[in-house]
Design a binder for this molecule. Sequence first.
Ligand code: DGL
Length: 278
Amino acid sequence: MSSSYQPIGVFDSGYGGLTIFRELISELPEYDFIYLGDNARNPYGTRSFEVVYEYTLQAVVHLFESGCELVVLACNTASAKALRTIQQQYLPLHHPDKRVLGVIRPSVEMIPFLTRTGHVGILGTNGTVLSGSYPMEIAKLTAQNPIVVSQQACPLWVPIVENNQIDSPGTAFFVEENLRNLFQTDAEIDTVILGCTHYPLLERIIRRFLPEGVTLVNQGPIVANKLRDYLNRHPEMEQRCSKGGSRVYRTTESPANFDSLANIFLDAPVKSQQVRLG
Ligand code: DGL
């Protein structure tokens, strides 16, 4: 690739970020993109702050070294546990002109437009829920009209998707149980955010157990829309993202496994390369 190759980097702990990636390439087809999945060290949802930060930073450095000027952390856990430190401490010192964006802020920005009761539910990994990132971001953005936020960790949903068990009977059991817990905490919730990359793949089953009239928020289209908006507002960055329409897939695990599972997420053939991080 030529030196003008400056793709938009998209990082996730594994496959899940492909639910965001597919919306990004559909909204912004003209740009070059690299997707990097840290499948060898997935899941991140159960790991400590220090470890998620270290792994995420290694991925960001890899993408910068591959030519990216702009990286999207398409992983809620990485956005919750690593993004702020990367933005506030790492970038100013090492790459003041490069940018790393996450998925939590764009999703939170939609909440005031969606909720009528002012009661919102967040579904996420243990890591995302325990980080308190969603309630914190929501509180910052809605200080004038505070929103009541309830969170529910759904630790089994990622393994269900990763193991291709979406249609097995056990899946409905766990989905129903987690949603029951969420609505027992607050029956006035009218908006539920799928705060984990894998959850859109369970959307059909989630909708079966969702009380009538509740809005389910899928992050992919929102993040894609907000990235388009970001590039419009930042022409200096937009001009540094190359527009060859290419897609490159990298994984830290076996490319054969990545390629076959990526199909579930993308509905299109994928040919990935293996890389080492750190
Ligand atoms: N990508 C992660 C997220 O969105 C889910 C998978 C994991 O735990 O690594 O939170």
